[in-house]
Ligand binder design. Sequence first.
Ligand code: FES
Ligand code: FES
Length: 194
Amino acid sequence: MRIELTVNGERATIDIEPRKTLADALREDLGLTGTHLGCEHGVCGACTVLVDGGPVRACLMFAVQADGSSVTTVEGMAADDGTLHPLQRAFCDRHGLQCGFCTPGMLMSALDLLHREVEPTRERIREEMSGNICRCTGYVGIVDAVEEAAAEINRIGTEPAHECPVHEHQESSTQRTSGTQAEVASGPEPSFPG
Ligand code: FES
Ligand code: FES
């Protein structure tokens, strides 16, 4: 089946089996291996990407469901000149990652949060990021990083320029999160200490 997507601002046409997930399509058909697969059943959040501006578990969504949509992956976060997004910079500066396996999903969830809330409290950050599991950091550095990135974006007044229409929010996808991401995870809500 042939589908058309806009991925990180670029049009892509791929022939794909209807049973293939969006995560596998991104990784195997488009070479975007920044989207990681951990649990592959909607619990860990490692595969989180934005579809038409909203966070989606790419392991739970069939690629054909994204036909005609705009998808943003971690590869699309930096500016066109390579300047890191404030979230990426802050995760580096505030020790928001160790092995980095959870990081693409963390960044996507944080990006979604900062598109909706300009100055989230630490409590809100923990709540909104509770659908993403990290085995390494203890989460404090992640909360620090999101808080710092929010302050930086407010200070500079904008995000780095890129062509992805990540601000478009549509509520059509059945895989779309509403409220916290933990609410759409098929497993128990992970704890998010810190
Ligand atoms: Fe998709 Fe874990 S790999 S939620
Ligand atoms: Fe290793 Fe989060 S940094 S799982």
